[in-house]
Design a protein around this ligand. Structure first.
Ligand code: FEO
Length: 407
């Protein structure tokens, strides 16, 4: 991919990973690949590289930089975040630019040494408000702990109103294009939502606070260049507004997502019959609802839908006095990602003895989901009365939602 000028004297020098299909293990699927974005900022006196790339793409970064400068002329390397997809090429860069000073947050200093060893690199720890003057261009630092790690920070080039927020506002989306106006907006926002749901959702309170802080700092932003995916130059307000909504568990106005997500697994079809009755009843009441059989579905796609949904209803057959193991990754994701402001309900079937429904309900409570009812359990195969009870569970959820959202 070619080097691209983002602003006058500021270049994208990153790498496109067309083959990435998973991130952070196997449950987050990245079916559209990803990018590792790095930026070269050229001032009148100094040059700074902001972030590097994932280790296997080190040569791509070096080749991009060589198109623009002699590497010995790079004075600073800004490490906004130590995670290896952004700092993996740091040893290669420091080998070629041994004179460069590393700028990072205080929390990043030890992780850099633990990741790459004691090289005697010149490392300067910075805090919010500190400024690196390149001559005609300045880089202001804004600490952003937990977006995505405690060490994370944003860099801001005031002269160009350019925010370089590392992981925040990213998407796992490989493309030959670099800017938001060059790709399909629906796909771009879908990947941005999936990224938020699976990476940033547990830190929503901090996201909301950081957005307020940036607003209070009076920072003007006309372009947001994250470390993954496309650069927001046409409408950075679109992704800021989306983050404000996602951080508070709201659906983005103008987007149409399912209001209720129903997920189940079934052993011999009983829980599936209950799930279908729940979905049918919700649909009859006018709710937008999607149904997922977990064995045929993608965990991270479900989490993306949960992000904007109002309720999540989960069912399972019982095995060994517990839910079916296929649901465990989803339940652990819910507990870890802690979606904001969701209602929930649990249902399921069992033979001789139950256990799945209470386990699901407990996990939902751990995830901070507000439960409707105590959970619906059916023994053996649901009869007409049991299916009516499933419909009644759907009506209960619908009634609470209608009250909560004044529908
Ligand atoms: Fe893209 Fe937290 O690394």
């Amino acid at each position: 991919m070619a080097v691209v000028e983002v602003k006058s004297g500021i270049y994208w020098v990153g790498a496109v990973d067309w083959d990435s299909r998973h991130f952070h293990g196997v449950t987050y699927t990245t079916r559209r690949g990803t990018t590792y974005n790095a930026y070269l900022v050229i001032g009148e006196q100094h040059k700074a590289l902001v972030d590097t790339v994932y280790t296997p793409f080190s040569d791509v970064l070096v080749s991009h930089l060589r198109e623009l400068v002699d590497l010995k002329d790079i004075d600073y390397v800004v490490v906004n975040h130590v995670e290896i997809d952004h700092s993996g090429a740091l040893p290669r860069i420091m080998e070629l630019c041994p004179q460069a000073q590393i700028y990072c947050s205080q929390r990043a200093v030890n992780p850099i040494k633990k990741h790459f060893g004691e090289h005697g690199w010149d490392i300067t720890a910075v805090k919010t408000g500190d400024i690196l003057d390149l001559g005609g261009k300045t880089i202001q630092f804004i600490e952003a702990p937990m977006l995505h790690w405690p060490d994370s920070m944003f860099s801001y080039v005031a002269e160009d109103k350019l925010l370089l927020p590392n992981d925040a506002f990213g998407q796992h989306l490989a493309s030959s294009q670099r800017f938001d106006d060059q790709v399909d907006n629906a796909i771009l926002m879908e990947e941005a939502a999936k990224y938020y749901a699976n990476i940033l959702m547990p830190f929503s309170t901090l996201v909301a606070r950081k957005l307020e802080e940036i607003s209070e700092l009076g920072i003007e932003i006309d372009t947001i260049a994250p470390s993954h995916g496309l650069i927001w130059r046409q409408d950075p307000g679109q992704i800021i507004t989306a983050y404000q909504n996602w951080a508070t568990g709201r659906q983005t106005p103008g987007r149409v997502s399912p209001e209720i997500v129903v997920v189940f697994d079934t052993m011999w079809g009983s829980t599936e019959k209950m799930a279908e009755a729940v979905v049918d009843e919700l649909s009859r009441q006018g709710w937008k609802v999607n149904l997922y059989s977990i064995g045929k579905s993608d965990y991270s796609d479900i989490m993306r839908e949960v992000l904007e949904a109002k309720a999540v209803i989960i069912g399972s057959s019982t095995i060994n006095n517990a839910m079916l193991p296929s649901l465990s990754p989803l339940m652990e994701d819910l507990v870890g990602l802690k979606p904001k402001g969701k209602l929930g309900a649990a249902f399921g079937s069992h033979g001789w003895k139950g256990g799945a429904v209470s386990q699901i309900a407990n996990k939902m409570a751990d995830a901070g989901i507000e439960l409707v009812g105590d959970g619906l359990m059916v023994q053996w195969v649901p009869n007409a009365e049991d299916l009516e009870a499933s419909r009644e569970l759907a009506r209960e959820v619908g009634a609470v939602l209608a009250k909560k959202y004044s529908r």
